[in-house]
Design a protein around this ligand. Sequence first.
Ligand SMILES: [Zn+2]
Length: 313
Amino acid sequence: MEIKGINMVWLSEVDLTNLNSGEGESNFVDVKKFKKDNIEYPYVSGQAMRFYLRESIRRDLNDNEAMCLPNNKGETCGNIENCINCDLFGFMTTIKDKGADVRTSPIKISPAIGLLPFEDNSNIDFLTRKHRVGEGEKNKGDIVNVEIGTNIYKSGLSIDVRAVGAIEIIKENENSNVPSELEMDFKLKNENERYNRIKKVLNGILSISNYSKQARLLVDFTPDIFAISLQNQYNHRLQKLFILDEDRNLNISRINDILDDVLEYSNDIVIGWTSGIINNEIDVKKVFKDKDIQIFTPKKAIHEVINLINVDD
Ligand SMILES: [Zn+2]
């Protein structure tokens, strides 16, 4: 089966922390929130999630691999063949006299959305911020209030497999009555390198750690419960798999419906599971088992997916 799309959707439980601050005020660090039916939930922006993933992949680079850093204009090198950053995360660079060179990222990441109401799962902590003072002066400090909360976040990732290491070019037809065609131009000479980069993304998600305020508020924000689909059709359908109610039960009918849909174009769906995150785990696991979908601990699940990619390769 030719894999065209890889989807991953996950839940991650976090202890008290502040993963992404909102606008705040000078002495108040809030948590980014959105409202649904007039109830506030925390979230981590998609931009922040991309940053975490990128830094996670960067930590895992081998000696012969490179990811450029943007210059002071925020521009990157634009070399898809040699730069994992520009290939996977896209870029917009202005080239003198030529205008803009733009690459759309083959990796799409959703914001991480808190599924439990913020008010019921949060607190305001304070810390003192000390200022440097001259000799003989009294130590000064001011109090900063920090909103912190615990929650279960849902997030997702989609990989446009055909676009990794490749660009679409417009092939003009000589006969102007025939519309021009889009053609893939593969920048990577070695197909294995394409899969190597996809593996880096999957491993990267499992090791994200560069989120803010960890010096005092260390938490694990890696996926606890997830599904990954290897699809011969590109779409984002799997992203709707999980609905969690306030008693921490996952909606069984929803999981059934989405899986039935996605199994139409996926030979393989793999589940990663950590116990004790949701309440109705026996019922949820039964849905997967009834559909012959295998469940592993998160790290083993990623290994399984990587093995499947190698076999299909
Ligand atoms: Zn680059």
